[in-house]
Design a protein around this ligand. Sequence first.
Ligand SMILES: Cc1[nH+]cc(COP(=O)(O)O)c(CN[C@@H](CCC(=O)O)C(=O)O)c1O
Length: 306
Amino acid sequence: SKMKAGLIWFNGQMVPQEEAKVSVLTHALHYGTSVFEGIRAYETSRGPAIFRLQEHTERFFHSAKVMMFELPFSPEQINQAIQEVVRANGYKSCYIRPLAWMGAHTLGVNPLPNNPAEVMIAAWEWGTYLGEEAVRKGARLITSSWARFPANVMPGKAKVGGNYVNSALARVEAQQAGADEALLLDKEGFVAEGSGENIFFFRNGVLYAVEHSVNLMGITRDSIITIARDLGYEVREVRATRDQLYMADEVFMVGTAAEVTPVSYLDHRAIGTGRAGEHTMKIRAAYMDVVHGKNPKYQAWLTYVQ
Ligand SMILES: Cc1[nH+]cc(COP(=O)(O)O)c(CN[C@@H](CCC(=O)O)C(=O)O)c1O
């Protein structure tokens, strides 16, 4: 594969990526029965620091609980393994992907005979998720014809592999339409989230976070609400419509991979001046300081890899 993930933690052992293989009879390969996390480690003056490791590992176990997967490792063992993957590969910064999946015991639709789940943790160097251009000039979004799944269709609060077919379809549609990313609405037509990000918007100096509803409870969203309030912004959590975003002064997306990405166009309408918003870039700068260990107020969010 063209991906360079080096050493991978595979069911408790560090193995070279070429040896980290599964059977084609793996349940998760057929039915999307896996759960995963997306975590970033950033370079700091004290070495690599993993951002909000505890919260990610907690969500990883919650996702497994939703699917009734038995993880044969404790949260502490996973925390240690995540740090080991960063350390063993000598990464200064990287994107970390824990994955737990239903293995190759049975292929009936019921996944549970494949318990306990198999677990791996890989990491690779991943730059700006939507590209430097999208950060500098703002990403161009279109509203996808694929809606976000209702809460009684898929468990959107869990990061389940199968959920990302919805995201993949929306992302392909956006990119084939010449946009950078898709905005997904919920079944009532209210704004849900991006294919891999949560949505914020500014209007008349107030910052609005789209409420959780059917969306993933983003850790970056939570961090940005705290950081924005500390910067003195009033932050409200609201239900929003696509035309409310059209009228916004600024729109931006947040996620572990996306970090803080400004949105300059939505459905061919300029957002504000059609450029990366001023408050957005201020919040992005503050977030990047925090994750790089430059803001002492947020040291508790960082786990330094010694
Ligand atoms: C649907 C969705 N919504 C919101 C978020 C933001 O959540 P958080 O990372 O906790 O702030 C993510 C993370 N998307 C992950 C996977 C991206 C991918 O391409 O895969 C990520 O950002 O790592 C989502 O997948």
